[in-house]
Design a protein around this ligand. Structure first.
Ligand code: 5AD
Ligand code: SF4
Length: 355
């Protein structure tokens, strides 16, 4: 099978992107970088804290930021409202684990009031079942729940804390609250859980949840990452097509989405692949990140960041915040160099950046 054809390198889009719900922005205020990429998606990390210690993310002795270092909700909402006026249309809340931050429902409500066309969350699922209804009523639209094994013992081993049950309950509760389709994030690592790929595909087919396989990225706190541990998306597509049912590419209404989605050709079930390592999707990137300590990052792998928190705490005007956001986007590189000998991992691991 020609796998290159299955996961094509996306081509850069110029001009403001479109969502189905909001017409393209054509104003001069749009956040465009020097390569013509429009930035209309903001990932907000609300805390670096997490109740799990997933092997591919955190280390056992992780130390988290003191509370005073975190942006307050007022500060987050202020930055989000400036970003909204600059054409940002979609927001995803991340962590660490976003549910570890108290009052998250209130934050969702305040962000929803700013009129984003999509408001989503990535969570490890613990505690989500209890909050799903309130989050949905507050304006959350969608949720991605991480789950790297369907075997309880192995799940506990990978997460190093916590159990699988509450995570499965979170998926049910999300559906009951109308946060559909639920996407399940799976990081497969060679020799750890790669033998579960078919089980996850079967899970996607029986539950109608979209399982998204994320290639293991060099963003773990323990520097365990090694190319030999990465399961490549092309190989996963080939394996599932061979062993389960041929996969057909689903054209994405937004070509800038990081996951390439497929359906099984018998019409039952969908899976996605986030091929950050084997097929970087930088040319179409529309994402900007805000860390929980108030740093703007134009890329997961960025080395440099822009400090908005200090600016805010020194009484900056909206115009000054806007200038910093625009400056950060302006500095954005063409893409990370993960596949080059020059690659330097970012100084922060995943939990401290936000997924
Ligand atoms: N590589 C790939 N994915 C990762 N995640 C956390 N660390 C890594 C890593 N090193 C995933 C989590 C979560 C999402 C935010 O990112 O599993 O689903
Ligand atoms: Fe926590 Fe998510 Fe990192 Fe796992 S991947 S340790 S759940 S932040």
């Amino acid at each position: 099978m020609s796998t290159a054809a299955r996961l094509p390198l996306p081509r850069a889009r110029h001009g403001c992107g479109r969502s189905e719900e909001e017409p393209a922005q054509t104003g001069t205020n749009c956040l465009v970088d020097t390569y013509g990429r429009v930035h209309d998606d903001l990932r907000i990390s609300v805390t670096d804290r997490c109740n799990f210690r997933c092997v591919y993310c955190l280390d056992e002795e992780a130390e988290f930021l003191p509370r005073g270092e975190l942006l307050t909700y007022d500060e987050i909402v202020r930055i989000a409202s400036v970003a909204r006026r600059m054409g940002v249309r979609t927001v995803r809340l991340t962590g660490g684990e976003p549910l570890q931050r108290r009052g998250i429902v209130e934050l969702v409500e305040r962000l929803a009031a700013l009129g984003f066309s999509d408001l989503a969350m990535t969570t490890n699922g613990v505690g989500f079942a209890r909050l799903a209804g309130a989050l949905g009523r507050a304006g959350l639209r969608r949720v991605n729940i991480s789950c790297d094994s369907l075997r309880p013992e192995r799940f506990a081993c990978i997460r190093r804390r916590g159990q699988m049950g509450p995570v499965l309950e979170a998926m049910d509760a999300a559906e009951a609250a109308g946060l559909e389709p639920v996407k399940v994030n799976v990081v497969l690592m060679a020799g750890v859980n790669d033998d579960e790929i078919e089980d996850f595909a079967a899970f996607a087919r029986t539950t109608k949840r979209i399982v998204r396989f994320i290639e293991f990225m060099p963003l773990d706190a323990q520097s365990l990452w090694d190319r030999s541990r990465v399961l490549l998306a092309d190989d996963m597509v080939a394996l599932l097509s061979r062993e389960i049912c041929p996969l057909e590419d689903i054209p994405d209404p937004d070509p800038r989405a990081p996951a390439t989605e497929y359906r099984f050709s018998d019409g039952i079930g969908r899976v996605g692949f986030i091929a950050s390592v084997s097929h970087p999707f930088c040319l179409n990137c529309n994402r900007l990140r805000l860390t929980s300590d108030g740093m703007l990052r134009y890329c997961l792998f960025a080395i440099e960041e822009a400090d908005v928190k200090t600016l805010l705490r020194n009484g900056a005007s909206d115009a000054e915040i806007e200038k910093v956001i625009r400056g950060n986007v302006h500095e954005k590189w063409l893409g990370h160099e993960i596949n080059s000998a020059k690659f330097v991992p970012p100084p922060r691991p995943m939990y401290s950046i936000g997924g």
